[in-house]
Structures are given as C-alpha cells and as structure tokens.
Ligand binder design. Structure first.
Ligand code: UDP
Length: 457
C-alpha cells in the first residue's frame, strides 16, 4: 500500500551529522513510499538544501531574534556536550513551536511529525498543541537505549555515578555490560545529563511509534527488552543507508577522488581507517601517541583528523615537523571523508572507531572488523556488543592508548592473529544486514508496517 502524494511528513533532526544523516536517509525512505517530506532544521548547522532536492527545508530560527545565534558564541564552543544540548534545546524550544504551527497551518494535510528522540518532550508539547501525531527516530542502537532507560535502576543500585574501583564489575541487570560500559559522559552537570536522558526516554514512551536504525537479527533481545517495558510500536527498519533508494546518492568532490585514488593503490585489506566521528575530541598527547603508533605499525592508514578533534589545535600542527612528509604515501591525514565509500573499499582491512552507532552499522554493512575506542555515552555500549556479542572487533581502551599499544593492536590483533575469526564473523553479519532488506526481510516488513501505521492516523 502506498501513501497518497498529498500526505506530508514533517521531520525535525538534531543538527549533528550522526543524527542528521540517518534522518535524511529516513526522509528518502518516506519519500520513496509516496510521502512528501518537509524538514524543519535549526538555523545552527543548517544543511545545504541543494544536496537534497527531494525535500522542502524550513529554517527554525534561534530565539535571539535579530541578534547572534547563542550556539555560535565563544562561550558555547567551550561547553561540554551535556550543557550544549541544554542550550540547543532552550534556543529552539519556542521557535520550533511556532515553526511547527506555521507548517501545520500551511495547507497540505500533515500526516505526522518524526522528531529526533533527543528533542524529547519539547516536541511532544508542540505536537500536541497543533494536533499532530508524533513518532520518534532513535539514532542510537536498541541496546544502548535500553541502558539509558535503565538509568533510574543504575542510580538506585549505585552503578552510576561510576566509581573507578568498580569499572570492570559486570552489571548483571544489563548483561554483557560492565560498569565501564555504561552510557554516561564527563560533564560539569551530571544532574542535567540525567534529566536529558529521562526526558528522552519519556518522549519515546509517549510517542506513537519508535523508528529505529537497526535490524532485528542484530539486536533482537534488546528490541524485545524495550517492547516488554514500553508499550509503543517499534519499527526497526535499518540499516537505513542500505535501502536501495539510499544507495549511490553522494556526489564526489575532488578530495573524495584523491582518497579513492590513494586507496586504489593499496593492497587488499591492508589499510587501517581511523575516525572518531563528528563530536568526540582527544588531548594533544593522545593524538601524538596515536600518530606515532600508526607510523610505527608500518600499516597504511587513512585518518580523519577533523578540525576540532585535537583539543586546542586547528589541525595537525602538534605533529613534529617533517612527520607527515616522512610518512609519505604510507599514511593519509584528511579532514573528512565519504565514510560509506571508504568502508566499502576493498583496501580497507580495519576500522579504528569511536563506535558511534552510525559508524558501527556502516562497518557491519561492509564487513569491516573494528578496533574499538569508545569515548562517551552509547559508544561504550556499542563497543561491548561489537567485541563480546557480535565478535567483530577488538578493544583498545582510551585510557590505555600509547604508541606501543597502538602499534601492537594495529599490527597484530585484527590484521593477523585473530583476524581470520573476526573477519569470518564480519562477513556473516554483513550478510544478515543484507538479508533483512530483502523483500521478505524483517526491515522491509517492518517498513510496510510503519507505512500502514502512519496512514492509519
Ligand atoms: N562521517 C563521515 N565522514 C567522516 C566522519 C564521519 O561521513 O569523515 C559520518 C559517518 O559515516 C557517520 C557519521 O558521520 O554517518 C557519524 O556518526 P556516528 O554515529 O558514527 O558518530 P557521531 O559523529 O555521532 O559521534
């Protein structure tokens, strides 16, 4: 059953790549099923609409009318992520209400709002006011969301705040997680973190459906766990980027060609691709240890050093002079890559990752083994599943990063000794990720259910 062209879905992503990318992919899925899509987007980190001609974009302005965006002020750039998310929500709460009301009053019948789970209850109130049904998109995995939902229990039992003396203790209520895997992060305002998480969980619980960028074969138990606790319909329809109409969408720029040319010259499965996503940052000391470790490993590497990755640095200036030149063609530092293309390249043998959920799924879909260095929140949960449940990666704890350890892990574990076993598991999981999108696969069926659900409103 296809939707009539007149039905409109409004989407409200969080303005970070790890949240915006899956929302855009979901928008394409809705569009392919006959819906028109309007994306309400914060004026902060506004995407280029010309890259997404299928959708209508509307700007949600910040609340400082006629003045500077509070999120781009110098004090905002030094905030920790928790405090920044609070500011983000405050900055757009009222203007989102107004933008949604204007959009709903605009003529075309609105079917539903799909908002990022992290916008949480702010969008709930706004949607209720204008009588629009609301679904949420959870851009993290099901296992980590269940761990977030368990915050009250984790606090009651004294697991959080985390004590250093208990890091390796198992959390029996959330097996296979250990205390060090719990999805928390360093912040000056821990109570605010608890509030944000509580709000996110409540916002999902009170929605008319949860859309998930995951698939049943990957996270069956966690999805069942969620459904046993929350009586909300769930739609695990991932991996979004592998739905046929999401393939081949990116246009290549010159830098992409340079990277592909370099990868083309490397041996099969020889390259270590290194990226810590769009938000995590590292100390200069860690940066140098990683750089020396990679160099000493003598493996070819492609490392995304995003401006802002190294605290207090513009880009690579912390490296000793001549370092990059000495490495020559053996290693490549870049500011950003088309990660989907890099992971799909046959030269890539391992992905050293912070284990963000998108990166995790993207790696699974290409059958690439992972070296896991989670930094905060859900990344730690994802890492535990990658290592102990799916067995498609190995651990390199952040606290243990030094050049010798880096060299050892890069040279030996994934690529030689344990490599075959891990690669075999990777290929099996890659196949399962493919099958779920077959006509009778679980994600395809769940998508049909989602379309029927939304059309029943
Ligand atoms: N990404 C990319 N190029 C890069 C680094 C990251 O395209 O150089 C994309 C990556 O493919 C993923 C997203 O940015 O879709 C990062 O999301 P993830 O959940 O992995 O981590 P986050 O950035 O949210 O911590």
């Amino acid at each position: 059953m296809e939707a009539s062209k007149r039905r409109k879905v409004i989407m409200y992503p969080l303005p970070f790549p790890g949240h915006l990318n899956p929302m855009i992919q979901l928008a394409r899925i809705f569009h392919h099923r006959g819906f028109s899509v309007t994306i309400l987007h914060t004026s902060f980190n506004y995407p280029d609409p010309s890259h997404h001609p299928l959708f209508t974009f509307r700007t949600v302005p910040h609340n400082n009318e006629g003045g500077e965006d509070p999120l781009t002020q110098p004090e905002a750039s030094s905030m920790d992520l928790v405090v920044f998310i609070r500011l983000l929500r405050q900055t757009y709460a009222e203007t989102f209400r107004q933008s949604l009301a204007a959009e709903v009053g605009g003529g075309e019948a609105v079917c539903c709002l799909v908002s990022d789970a992290l916008w949480a209850r702010g969008t709930e109130v706004a949607a209720e006011e204008v009588g629009v049904r609301r679904l949420v998109l959870i851009t993290s995995g099901a296992a980590s969301f269940c761990a977030f939902a368990a915050y009250p229990l984790l606090r009651d039992k004294g697991y959080i705040p985390i004590q250093d003396s208990r890091l390796d203790e198992p959390v029996t209520e959330l097996s296979p997680l250990k205390v060090k895997d719990l999805p928390v992060m360093e912040t000056n305002e821990p109570e605010e973190l608890y509030r944000i998480v509580k709000d996110m969980v409540k916002g999902a619980e009170s929605s008319l459906g949860v859309i998930w960028n995951t698939f049943e074969d990957l996270e069956r138990l966690s999805l069942m766990d969620f459904s046993s606790k929350f009586h909300v319909p769930i739609f695990p329809i991932g991996p979004f980027h592998k739905h046929s109409y999401n393939l081949q969408l990116t246009t290549k720029n010159t830098e992409d060609h340079v990277i592909t040319d370099w990868l083309d010259k490397q041996d099969p499965q020889s390259v270590v691709y290194v990226s810590f996503g769009s938000l995590a940052d590292i100390e200069e000391k860690e940066f140098l240890e990683i750089a020396w470790g990679l160099r000493n490993s003598e493996r070819p590497f492609l490392w995304v050093v995003r401006p802002g990755l190294v605290r207090g640095a513009e880009w690579l200036e912390a490296l000793p002079s001549g370092f990059v030149e000495n490495i020559g063609q053996k290693g490549k530092f870049v500011k950003w890559v088309n990660q989907l293309e890099v992971l799909a390249h046959s030269a890539v043998g391992a992905f050293w990752t912070h284990c963000g959920w998108n990166s995790t799924l993207e790696s699974i879909c290409e059958g690439v083994p992972m070296i896991c260095t989670p930094c905060f929140t859900d990344q730690r949960v994802n890492a535990r599943y990658i290592i102990d449940v799916w067995r498609i990666g190995i651990e390199l704890e952040r606290s243990k990063i030094n050049m010798r350890e880096v060299e050892k892990v890069v040279v030996s574990s994934v690529l030689v000794e344990e490599g075959d076993r891990i690669r075999e598991m990777c290929l099996k999981l890659k196949e399962r990720a493919r099958v779920c999108l077959d006509k009778d696969g679980s994600s395809s069926k769940n998508l049909d259910k989602l379309v029927s659900h939304v059309l029943s409103f």
